[in-house]
Ligand binder design. Structure first.
Ligand code: AMP
Length: 214
């Protein structure tokens, strides 16, 4: 089973991809995570991408297609979840071509539906444990003890540099202009399904599990 989680920034794609990874062993392929790792490692790609990411703009299709192509080569025939990719028609085309060459295919595209006002609130308040990556939110999900991670006891937390109101406006505009049209592309292929991304994360996970099947 190979799937795409499609939705605007803050819709919960990462959370749900991690759930599918834990529950079913599918491999999460997040281009955002790959780019942040490249920035942290100070690679050439990372250096060029940093300002683009911080501004909330899209990194060029060439870079993204190269990143995802490399990962698809590495995972062999394991099931995967594309998280945050494709974001443009060119990326969707390139992924179709790469998968065809490998005799693999996309089985399901799941749209996480969330309205813009909720996304801004979600994204501007989110932070993660610097040690284990557990996710929190200033309003919706504070650690049980302030300053201490519920999962690992870590005491350092981090926020993404692009999770601010200005970058979020640009990210949402990029989503509506360049990514949302992909919904139609996959609807025409007959593989698009939608879930209510405004429900509680556990409930969204149940909706996704029902679509993915046993
Ligand atoms: P994300 O973690 O998916 O929200 O991605 C964070 C940022 O990385 C985005 O706002 C873009 O600047 C960049 N990025 C991640 N994935 C892509 C992609 N598929 N195409 C273009 N830019 C991307």
């Amino acid at each position: 089973m190979n799937l795409i989680l499609l939705g605007p920034p803050g819709a919960g794609k990462g959370t749900q991809a991690q759930h599918l990874e834990r529950a079913r062993g599918y491999i999460q392929l997040s281009t955002g995570d790959m780019l942040r790792a490249a920035v942290a490692a100070g690679t050439e790609v990372g250096k060029r991408a940093k300002a683009i990411i911080d501004a909330g703009k899209l990194v060029s299709d060439d870079v993204i297609v190269a990143l995802i192509g490399e990962k698809l080569d590495q995972i062999g025939d394991k099931s995967f979840i594309l998280d945050g990719v494709p974001r443009t028609a060119a990326q969707a085309d390139a992924i179709d071509t790469m998968l065809r060459a490998k005799r693999r295919r996309l089985d399901l595209v799941i749209e996480l539906q969330v309205t813009d006002d909720i996304l801004v609130e979600r994204v501007t308040g989110r932070f993660t444990c610097a040690r284990c990556g557990a996710g929190y939110h200033d309003t919706f999900k504070r650690p049980a003890k302030d300053g201490v991670c519920d999962s690992c006891g870590g005491t350092e937390f981090k926020r993404r540099s692009d999770d601010n109101a200005a970058a979020m406006r640009t990210r949402l505009a990029a989503y509506h202009a360049q990514t949302a049209p992909l919904l139609d592309y996959y609807r025409k292929q007959g593989i698009l399904k939608s879930v209510d991304g405004m429900a509680e994360p556990a409930d969204v996970a149940r909706q996704i599990d029902a679509l993915v099947g046993p």
